[in-house]
Write a protein of this length. Structure first.
Length: 369
């Protein structure tokens, strides 16, 4: 125990700055890796020899890449999300038995979909010729029969790098893995401490009469059936290429909610008390505060939660630089379990925000390109 007028270091609160925020990458964070993906593919797909003489073909440069790529981190786990369309130029030449060039042609390799949904499969490769000459057709046939493998190897290597952490690894090593290892050791130590603490005898509880026990049991059952929240919360940060008003309208304009959800929705954008329903009633609630275009506060629930159980959602929308909008979602008072007894309400809610709301807004309205 510390002496009088001496500070006990165990009770000193240290200012850890940025290092104290989102410790061990517990909360859902999102990083835009689109530019990194473009640079990496430009390098990986450049000057690849696809076939040899007499029908020699090689790639030239990455001509275009559309789509977006994101790395999401939740509970110190990487969750990649990407959907890319790629075009790579190629050039080839035909030679005779003496090695003399007798024809040339150029074209493109079109990869219409490189996505997280087919990361363990070979993406489709379409071979396009710039001309309809016989030389072009011969070179196209050569690539089709034996020239796709080097491209697929390069793409698989790129996908493996992205799924392993992509730009995060390139900048500072696998800090995420080290953090996870450290947190695992600390968790083990904490569990040992807690186990030891539980083994210690505590004060004895007073004996309750049968009537008192029944009364306490009924009170506990009533509390459980009321669907009271557990105090659990989630925090999400996402980036969009649009104006703050665009994102604000995605939550307050009925037509836009129907567009990104592709399902029935009703929205009454008044506060307090304006009701909303998304995904045909799967999500319902009411607006508590509306401050266009920067702040939305909602009373929000899933239809799988206990009756009367609501969480609170605060959406903060800002534009740190022109054309780039940051969205911060804070959801509190999440229940410990749903009405079926499932205790994964936090994960289900957080993944739902990401895949069924934020990612759909990007894809439908093009705010992630």
């Amino acid at each position: 125990m510390a002496r009088f007028d001496e500070a006990d270091p165990r009770w000193l609160v240290k200012d850890m700055g940025d290092a104290g925020r989102n410790v061990n990458n517990w909360h859902w964070t999102e990083r835009d890796c689109t530019e990194w993906a473009k640079e990496r593919l430009s390098t990986a797909l450049k000057d690849i020899q696809l076939t040899q003489q007499p029908a020699a073909v090689r790639t030239t440069t990455l001509e275009s890449m559309t789509g977006d790529a994101f790395l999401n981190i939740r509970k110190n786990k990487l969750i990649p999300s990407y959907d890319l369309e790629v075009r790579v130029g190629w050039t080839g030449e035909l030679t005779d038995g003496d090695g003399k060039v007798v024809g040339t042609a150029t074209g493109k390799l079109h990869l219409p979909h490189i996505g997280d949904d087919n990361h363990d499969e070979d993406p489709e490769i379409r071979i396009i010729c710039d001309t309809n000459s016989s030389e072009a057709e011969r070179l196209k046939a050569a690539v089709h029969s034996r020239g796709k493998k080097p491209v697929l190897e390069a793409v698989h290597k790129f996908v493996a790098e992205l799924r392993a952490g992509g730009p995060a690894l390139a900048e500072g090593g696998n800090s995420l893995g080290a953090s996870a290892s450290a947190s695992g050791e600390e968790a083990g130590a904490n569990r040992s401490t807690v186990a030891g603490a539980r083994a210690e005898p505590g004060p004895s509880k007073p004996n309750l009469s049968r009537a008192d026990a029944d009364k306490a049991s009924r009170a506990a059952a009533s509390k459980a059936s009321s669907g009271s929240s557990s105090g659990r919360s989630i925090s999400i940060t996402a980036k969009f290429h649009c104006r703050p008003s665009d994102i604000y309208e995605c939550f307050t304009v009925e037509g836009r909610v129907r567009m990104f959800s592709q399902s029935p929705a009703t929205v009454q954008p008044t506060a307090p008390g304006g009701a909303f329903s998304w995904y045909g009633g799967s999500i319902t609630g009411e607006f508590l505060e509306l401050s266009p275009p920067n702040r939305i506060v909602m009373r929000w629930r899933f239809n799988t939660w206990e009756e009367g159980c609501f969480s609170k959602v605060v959406i903060e929308i800002s534009e740190p630089e022109h054309g780039n909008t940051m969205v911060k979602i804070k959801q509190t008072e999440l229940p410990a379990h749903d009405k079926f007894g499932s205790e994964d309400t936090v994960d289900v809610t957080e993944k739902g925000w990401h895949s069924q709301v934020l990612q759909r807004i990007r894809q439908v309205f093009g705010y992630g390109v």
